[in-house]
Design a protein around this ligand. Structure first.
Ligand code: GLY
Length: 321
């Protein structure tokens, strides 16, 4: 089966008025994550609560093998986790990088944000912090991650993904989060873009948010999520802001693989997808998977799923009630 590459893909949900809030958007078709985040919102939880819950679901489900325990083992066969959470109201961030032997990376990140004055804890000492906070410390290896034959260092959908989530609650408060096990066969100690504020995700109150998926070693050099939000602050549409951020990266790294979601804080959806290029590793065009973009709970209580397919573009369905 051909290895799929996302070369440059900007997927946008553009919201123009607040009647469509609250909303949840993530970078892949991780439906359960969005559903659970939306349940938190409908039960009165905050955007931060929703982000934490949605990302936790992916950690438990080991979404695509690229989130949670047992995926993307490093050269020593160990899975380590990167995660961050950001509160758009307070501009506070908590992150963990190369977290060892703790499954719930997003919750540890939230603990960093809420129980310390720091932003990012890494490695074994992040594990010690988690232990002190009462998190269970356990082996993250599985039969799959122990299989040395999976330790191949190639970039594809399975090898370079993350869940990045942006949530806006009913009051317009915005938060984002990421969680991932990074890159398969990474050099031990490698930390990707996901726990870096402005790279993995970024939110700003009154403006909007963005989150990234893809080759973190490249993306973190450009802080694309930060760039998108600043462009929206300057008046650019989410679509144009994401396109512009991705174009900058590809101007330096034409073979880079990645994607951004961008959401304006104001509300309603309506803009189109933007696919600039796609190709597989031989340089030929290939099919990209459909992905879930957003689950929206308007005041009518009707929910919508937006899917993106590279052939048909953005498509909104009232398929969930
Ligand atoms: N974007 C996930 C990573 O590169 O670690």
């Amino acid at each position: 089966m051909a290895v799929l590459f996302l070369q440059i893909l900007a997927v946008i949900a553009y919201y123009s008025h607040a009647t469509k809030l609250p909303l949840v958007v993530n970078t892949w078709p991780f439906v359960d994550a969005n559903k659970e985040a939306a349940v938190v919102l409908t039960e009165g939880g905050s955007a931060l609560d929703a982000v934490e819950k949605g990302c936790t679901i992916c950690e438990v489900e080991q979404c695509d093998g690229s989130v949670g325990y047992g995926g993307s083992p490093d050269e020593n066969g160990e899975t380590t986790l990167d995660a961050m959470i950001m509160d758009g109201e307070t501009h506070d961030v908590g992150s963990v990088g190369c977290l060892r032997r703790v499954k719930s990376a997003i919750s540890v990140a939230r603990s960093v944000m809420e129980h310390t004055t720091h932003t990012l804890l890494v490695g074994e000492l992040a594990t010690k912090f988690a232990m002190n906070m009462g998190f269970t410390v356990e082996n993250l290896q599985t039969n799959k991650s122990n299989d040395r034959s999976v330790l191949k260092s190639h970039v594809n959908r399975e090898n370079h993904d993350t869940i990045g989530m942006v949530v806006i609650d009913g009051a317009g408060k915005i938060a984002c989060g990421t969680t991932t096990n990074g890159m398969n066969h990474k050099i031990p100690g490698r930390v990707g873009d996901s726990p870096i504020a402005g790279a993995g995700c970024y939110v700003e109150k009154g403006v909007g948010g963005a989150a990234a998926t893809g080759d973190g070693d490249i993306m973190m050099r450009f802080l694309p999520a930060y760039r998108v939000v600043q462009s929206m602050r300057a008046g650019m549409s989410p679509e144009d802001a994401a396109k512009e951020a991705l174009s900058q990266i590809s101007s330096y790294y034409p073979q880079y693989s990645g994607a951004l979601i961008a959401v304006h804080v104001n509300g309603s959806y309506g803009k189109k997808d933007s696919v600039l290029k796609d190709r597989n590793h031989k340089g030929t065009k290939t099919t990209l998977p459909t992905r879930l973009l957003a689950l929206v709970f308007p005041p009518t209580a009707k929910s919508c799923i937006g899917t993106f397919d590279w052939k048909v573009g953005l498509n909104w369905k009232n398929s969930l009630q």
